[in-house]
Structures are given as structure tokens and as C-alpha cells.
Design a protein around this ligand. Structure first.
Ligand SMILES: NC(=O)c1ccc[n+]([C@@H]2O[C@H](COP(=O)([O-])OP(=O)(O)OC[C@H]3O[C@@H](n4cnc5c(N)ncnc54)[C@H](OP(=O)(O)O)[C@@H]3O)[C@@H](O)[C@H]2O)c1
Length: 313
């Protein structure tokens, strides 16, 4: 281990984005301190670096002493902590707004040089969704408290282990139809997880005179319906695409939210009412020097497992 390696603290590294980011950071020789609720379940992160390059810390993100222990000696911090739905114990406002506030204060105290925070595309004043409201509040907390921060707002992120394509492909295994919420007209700019990881690495190296908020979308916009059609083509399945009006989707979501890992919540229906594409008001992936991968170049590499004959189907 060299002493001149930069040390990075990552919160939420055990998730989808974190795993892809970890490979890029360790290849670049960073030392990584990972804050996680359960280090014993995150052992799969360790082989992504050299022996000793990745350290796991059992962390309650609302306990300042736990957070300080992770931040100690770190130059750079990345916050990937996020949830898609609320539970009895996990509330959007706590995870997306209160934690960034606490983190920024502690970053100031410790003397961290740069913080990269992952928000979400589509945040704006007055959004009905509590997910979006909390993400916006988190951004404001960060900008008010810690000046050397960069906020990245990804659209729908795809790649191996993504929740979007894998979930709908799983449904297509047993269901003769896939739902088109609100008629499937809203648009996304799906962005490859590897490109988000590259953007985070670039953002870590930005200086203070460069923009603070980036909207990260892929090279093309697609409607929800087009995404379902691409998916069905790739997994070689014919399924009915059934338009579901927002009102009916909302009604169904009141029941669906009660199952563990709910497929749809009333709050998500609110998110799905608006396009999730880059607005043109902020710099993008291209401004970070990254030309995004297309769905067509990446999706076939991991979604084949849902074809009847698998990779040879
Ligand atoms: N995936 C997308 O399409 C997408 C799109 C836009 C924005 N984003 C944002 O990008 C970030 C990363 O997304 P992802 O897809 O990688 O999410 P993910 O796979 O669900 O991972 C989220 C991470 O958050 C951590 N976390 C959740 N609740 C926590 C709590 N109470 N205490 C401590 N840690 C907690 C988990 O850490 P541990 O389990 O290790 O403790 C987990 O590793 C999130 O902020 C998300 O909102 C994602």
C-alpha cells in the first residue's frame, strides 16, 4: 500500500451503482472506506480491489461518531445512499435530506476536500412526489452547508443488476402482459451504470470554478412503451402491453405498496407522471467528457438470461 494514495469515503457503496463505481476507483488506485449497515453482507466488495485497498465500516449513518470514523483521513466523499420507497423505519426525508445535511457538517469539521452527491433527474420545486421533494431538499442542504460539492442527477440507470429491466423481464417470465403506466408515454434518458461511475470519478476531480449540478442521461430518449418493446425484443418474448391510466395505477399501488420490495407505490406513480429527461438547463455527461453507451450496446450483454434458451436462445 502506497502512502500517497487518495482516500475516499463512500456511503451506500454496497448497492447497484456502488459496485460499478468501486471497480473504477480501485483501478485508479484510490483507497476506499465503505460505510455500510452490514459489512458481513458486503464481502463481495473486497475482491474489487487489492488486498487492504477496500475497508468496510459498520455505520449507522445518523450516528455522528460512526460517520466521523469513516470520514477520518479522507480527502473525498461520495454519497450514494438512497431508497426507492419508504418503510416504517426508512423515510425519504431522513435518508435523502437529513443524512446529507449531517454528512456535510461533518465533512466541514473533518476538512474533506470534495463531496459528490447522487440526486435524481426530475427534482424541481413543487413536485408532488415525496421522493423528489426529499431529493431536492437534500441538494439544497448540501449546497448550503458544503461548498466544494458536486451534485449528479441521473435518469433511469441501466446495467447488470438494474431494477428496471430485470424487474420487468422477471414479470414477463410468468405474466402474459406488461403494464404501461399512464399509457407508457413518459420519456426517460436511460443511462449506463458504467457511465455514471465514470461521471462520479470525473466529478471528484472538478475544481471549484466548474458547474456544481450535472444532469446525467444517456444518448437517446425513449418512452416507457419503447423501453418495454426493446426489452421484449431482447428476451425474445411476445407479451401484451396494457395501458393503465394513472388513476388505476394509483389505486393498485395502494395495495402493491404493502408487499415487501413493492413493485409500485403511490409516490412512484407521481414520479411516473413526468418526463425524466435532461432539461438542457444544466451540463450533462458530454460536458464531463463522457459519450454515453446506448441501451442496444449494453442490454443484450446481461438480459439474455431471461430468454428461453438463455445465452444460446
Ligand atoms: N438506480 C437508478 O436508476 C437511480 C436513478 C436516479 C438516482 N439514483 C440514486 O443513486 C443512488 C444509488 O442508487 P442505487 O441504484 O445504487 O441504489 P441501491 O442499489 O438501492 O443502493 C442504495 C444504497 O443505499 C444504502 N442505504 C439505504 N438505506 C440506508 C440506511 N438507512 N442507512 C445506510 N445506508 C442506507 C444502502 O447501503 P447498505 O445496504 O450498504 O447499508 C445501499 O447500498 C441513490 O441515491 C439513488 O436514489 C439511482
Amino acid at each position: 500500500m502506497q502512502n500517497n494514495q487518495k482516500i475516499i469515503a463512500i456511503f451506500g457503496a454496497g448497492g447497484f451503482l456502488g459496485k460499478h463505481l468501486m471497480r473504477q476507483l480501485t483501478k485508479l488506485d484510490y483507497r476506499v472506506k465503505v460505510a455500510t449497515r452490514n459489512p458481513f453482507l458486503k464481502g463481495y466488495l473486497k475482491p474489487l480491489g487489492n488486498p487492504g485497498q477496500i475497508e468496510l465500516f459498520k455505520t449507522n449513518i445518523f450516528n455522528p461518531e460512526d460517520v466521523k470514523q469513516v470520514l477520518k483521513n479522507c480527502d473525498l466523499v461520495i454519497n450514494l445512499v438512497g431508497i426507492l420507497y419508504e418503510t416504517r423505519k426508512q423515510k425519504f426525508s431522513q435518508i435523502h435530506a437529513k443524512f446529507p445535511y449531517l454528512l456535510c457538517n461533518l465533512c466541514n469539521e473533518i476538512g474533506v476536500k470534495n463531496l459528490v452527491h447522487i440526486s435524481a433527474l426530475g427534482v424541481r420545486e413543487g413536485h408532488v412526489s415525496r421522493y423528489m421533494q426529499s431529493k431536492l431538499e437534500g441538494e439544497k442542504n448540501i449546497q448550503n452547508v458544503f461548498k466544494s460539492s458536486v451534485i449528479l442527477r441521473p435518469s433511469l440507470v441501466f446495467g447488470p443488476e438494474d431494477k428496471f429491466f430485470n424487474t420487468f423481464a422477471s414479470i414477463a417470465q410468468f405474466s402474459p402482459a406488461l403494464p404501461l403506466i399512464g399509457g407508457g408515454k413518459i420519456k426517460f434518458s436511460p443511462v449506463y451504470v458504467g457511465d455514471i461511475a465514470k461521471a462520479i470519478v470525473k466529478a471528484l476531480r472538478l475544481n471549484n470554478s466548474e458547474p456544481k449540478i450535472y444532469e446525467l442521461g444517456g444518448p437517446e430518449n425513449y418512452s416507457f412503451k419503447e423501453l418495454m418493446e426493446i426489452l421484449l425484443r431482447e428476451i425474445k418474448k411476445k407479451r401484451f402491453l396494457i395501458p393503465i391510466p394513472f388513476s388505476l395505477a394509483k389505486f393498485q399501488s395502494y395495495f402493491l405498496q404493502m408487499i415487501p420490495n413493492p413493485l409500485l407505490t403511490p409516490d412512484q406513480v407521481e414520479v411516473l407522471k413526468y418526463n425524466n429527461i435532461v432539461s438542457g438547463e444544466y451540463p450533462t455527461l458530454e460536458d464531463l467528457g463522457i459519450s454515453g453507451e446506448t441501451i442496444q450496446s449494453i442490454l443484450p450483454k446481461y438480459i439474455y438470461r431471461f430468454r428461453t434458451g438463455g445465452q444460446f436462445g
